[in-house]
Design a protein around this ligand. Structure first.
Ligand SMILES: [Ca+2]
Ligand SMILES: [Ca+2]
Ligand SMILES: [Ca+2]
Length: 339
């Protein structure tokens, strides 16, 4: 610190300047006690902030009185009366999930977020101190230009991750302890379509035979992305047993239905597919068995007329007749009892 009171000699401390040997070939050691600098030797300029003089001389206190000259630069630092102040061009930033390390965080207008530090102790012409930035997150850093950058690969927006990071930033002087008050910044991760729709395991389904349109299953996919990236359409990718024209699926709702005639005992293996707007997809198998259905075929009696005689002595609960009825592939036996 250099003091320049009008009528006093001022003193220069060792820390305030350095003396370097110039071209002088004399083997000279300059120590603090070897020389003195008086007020008259130095002129003060630039609003008393910095002091310079091209040459000062130092002379040995000895008979030889060897001497040398050196340049002396003295910078008077302002009093540290104010802490640094940190500010950001926008407290809300945005970055795509999965961005590579070094990607700039942008504001809502697409401009990079810029962090600046000011200090009222320094005028416009003063050399500014260097700052280090301390962040309460390891996922972002601030570069030398004050830009906020992604500092971790594969940042994930999708659930169960919250999709945003709120943290605080402090600017600290590199030399010295002065630090700014903390400043909050929130970075939102933009969704990227990095998840295919997921289909659940679908249990085998039994559908009654017939040719009426019937529900087979309600297919419901989930997509861990957001917005358009999670909009799913459904389709039938393949049906075994030549059953392509016997089933249909609603592309929006996923309702899987029969549309063609299905016979009892037939089996079909359906591959259904869920595709998101970005073209990512997954498939699931639906096993469908056609069961005998009511009223699918008229019963056929073996006889058109049955004559049944019951003897007077027939015992109660005895079978008096057996009638055979054929329904499709199945045969039903009807027992008539006397009671
Ligand atoms: Ca993701
Ligand atoms: Ca998706
Ligand atoms: Ca995503």
């Amino acid at each position: 610190m250099l003091k320049t009171e009008p009528d006093e000699d001022f003193s220069v401390s060792r820390d305030d300047f350095s003396v370097s040997r110039e071209t002088n070939s004399l083997p000279l050691c300059v120590s603090r006690d070897d020389f003195s600098v008086s007020r008259d030797d130095i002129s003060v300029s630039r609003d008393d902030i910095s002091v310079s003089r091209d040459d000062i001389s130092a002379q040995e206190i000895s008979e030889a009185k060897r001497s040398t000259t050196a340049k002396l630069f003295i910078t008077v630092k302002p009093v540290d009366a104010n802490p640094p102040e940190i500010s950001v061009s926008s407290p809300e930033g945005y970055a795509n999930e999965n961005s590579p390390i070094g990607e700039k965080v942008l504001d809502s207008n697409g401009n990079p977020l810029v962090i600046t530090v000011t200090d009222k102790d320094f005028g416009p012409t003063d050399p500014k101190p260097s700052y280090v930035f301390e962040l309460t997150t390891p996922f972002f850093i601030i570069d030398k230009n004050g830009h906020l950058l992604v500092n971790e690969n594969n940042l994930d927006r999708d659930p169960p991750n919250p999709g945003r990071f709120k943290f605080q930033v402090v600017a600290r002087e590199k030399s010295g302890a002065a630090a700014s008050a903390p400043m909050s910044v929130t970075v939102h991760l933009n969704d990227v379509n990095d998840n295919a729709p997921m289909l659940p395991i679908i249990a085998p389904v039994a559908v009654p035979a017939g040719d009426v349109r019937r529900k087979v299953a309600a297919i419901k996919a989930t997509d861990n992305d957001e917005g358009d990236n999670a909009i799913v359409t459904y389709s039938i990718y393949h049906v075994s047993n030549n059953g392509n024209n016997k089933f249909t699926i609603n592309p929006i709702t996923g309702l899987l239905e029969t549309v063609g005639k299905l016979n009892a005992g037939d089996q079909y293996s359906l591959t259904v597919q869920a595709t998101d707007k970005g073209g990512l997809y997954s498939q699931a198998i639906v096993e469908v068995t056609i069961s005998p259905g009511p009223n699918t075929q008229s019963p056929i009696f073996e006889q058109s007329v049955y004559d049944i005689e019951v003897s007077e002595g027939a015992t109660i609960n005895s079978t008096v007749a057996t009638i055979t009825v054929r329904v499709g592939k199945y045969i039903w036996y009807l027992f008539w009892c006397w009671y």
